[in-house]
Write a protein that binds this ligand. Structure first.
Ligand code: S3P
Length: 441
């Protein structure tokens, strides 16, 4: 494994026999920074993810007035932070707030800013400025917020907020999106009365769990989540578990490699995030996950142990899609390395992620010799073709870069992935962990 600072070169893997701990969970880190900043006192966040996306969210809270003490930092940024909460009293920022590449950061912060009586602006990089923000603008406008999408296309960032004085609503989400749900729950926190979000399918529930941890009253009834407004989150300390979506790259690599043995320590095992494990088990993988902490209002976390095996394809069920949306690129790689057919449909949301992940996965798998069919809402793969090394782009998309680094571990010859700088948006230290995986111990 080599490459210059902005590309990765990967060759076939010998074996895997190692133990690894991945960095903190991205979804949980964003929420921790925001809720700690809104709370009524100092909150110590341990194992914060020092990725570009989460650093943007932390800086956003600082710009809104929350003082942050960086207790411990590594080469990428802070991993232990004390955020001094503002008791819901944010200050007007002195300029636009940059969310970088992060859809989660922008959508969650939108929920907060829509409820403030000062004007503010959220900006993002080119990719983020082309992603659909109408999905949060529409319901927030129903609550009474004024939001202008100033981007080149309608409903795109930069977003300008002239909010305040929201009214509680009940909202049926047309897409199953945890980001939309969370934006509305955060707006609802500032809004008198009951704000209810109805989700068309189960989505990750980190916001609800964390609100409970901060002793904010929410009620879950079937697909409906209600927040009671006008509450101040009560300061608390948080331990962020490892990110299962980052662990996914190594889980797949070990699962498809006969003779491999891998232990992943202290990773989040929230059931709204672990569909990847169910799908891999259905494909014949040998995986055991052991929840070690289950404090009632926190996040389940534990170890995942993987032994390599021969895998076969499977059909991903519609209801599984939101639960493994971020893992689909690497799951498609598993499909190409398995025997038989893998079918992924009902996944058109993939087209509006950091890249159009249906077309970028299809293009790169084909470049490596896989047999792939593209659909509007997904893809199908007939596994078993021997993959060959290729020179690939990752289209500025961190998960495409990492998924194809894994594919390269199983290809003949060298695979080069260009423009891999984006990996640091979610997984600083990926290259170091890739070396560890490749070294076999
Ligand atoms: C996220 C939700 C998902 C996921 C994203 C993180 C979150 O998006 O793709 O990486 O933290 O809420 P949607 O639920 O909007 O599809």
């Amino acid at each position: 494994m080599k490459g210059d600072s902005n590309s990765l070169a990967v060759r076939a893997l010998g074996s895997i026999s190692t133990e690894i701990a991945v960095p903190g969970d991205k979804s949980i880190s964003h929420r921790a920074a925001i809720l700690a900043g809104l709370s009524n006192g100092p909150c110590r966040i341990r194992n914060y993810l020092p990725s570009e996306d989460c650093l943007h969210t932390l800086r956003a809270m600082e710009k809104l007035g929350a003082k942050c003490d960086y207790i411990e930092t590594n080469e990428s940024g802070p991993i232990e932070v004390v955020v001094h909460g503002l008791r819901m009293q944010l200050k007007a920022p002195d300029g636009p707030i940059d969310c970088g590449n992060s859809g989660t950061g922008m959508r969650l912060l939108s929920g907060v800013l829509a409820a403030q009586d000062f004007e503010s602006t959220l900006t993002g990089d080119e990719s983020l400025s082309s992603r659909p923000m109408g999905r949060i603008m529409r319901p927030l406008e129903k609550m009474g917020a004024q939001i202008d999408g100033m981007g080149k296309n309608e409903g795109c960032a930069p977003l300008v907020f002239r909010g305040g004085n929201l009214k509680a609503i009940r909202y049926d989400m047309p897409v199953a999106s945890a980001q939309v749900k969370s934006a509305l729950l955060l707006a609802g926190l500032f809004t008198p009365g009951r704000t209810t979000v109805v989700q068309p399918a189960e989505t990750r529930d980190h916001t609800e769990r964390m609100l409970t941890k901060f002793r904010v009253r929410t009620v879950r009834e079937g697909d409906e989540i209600t927040i009671y407004g006008d509450q101040v989150p009560q300061a608390t300390d948080l331990d962020v578990p490892g990110d299962i979506s980052s662990a996914a790259f190594w889980i797949v690599a070990a699962a498809v490699k006969k003779g491999a043995h891998l232990l992943i320590r202290d990773v989040g095992l929230n059931p709204s995030r672990t569909a990847l494990l169910n799908v891999l088990l259905r494909m014949g993988a040998r995986i055991r996950d052991m929840v070690r902490t289950t404090d009632q209002d926190g996040e389940p976390a534990g170890n995942v142990e993987v032994d390599g095996a021969d895998l076969w394809g499977t059909e991903i069920r519609k209801e599984e899609i939101p639960n493994l949306i971020d893992e689909i690129p690497v799951l498609a790689v598993a499909g190409a390395l398995a025997q038989g057919h893998m079918v992924i449909r009902n996944a058109s949301e993939l087209r509006v992620k950091e890249s159009d992940r249906i077309s970028t996965v299809v293009e790169n798998l084909r470049a490596m010799g896989a047999d792939v069919t593209e659909y509007d809402d997904g893809l199908a793969i007939t596994g078993g073709n021997k993959l060959h090394g290729a020179n690939l782009d990752c289209f500025g998309d961190h998960r495409i870069a990492m998924a194809f680094a894994v594919a390269g571990l199983f290809a003949e010859g060298e695979t080069v992935i260009r423009n891999t700088e984006c990996i640091k948006t979610s997984y600083p230290g990926f290259e170091k962990d890739l070396k560890k995986i490749c070294s076999g111990h």
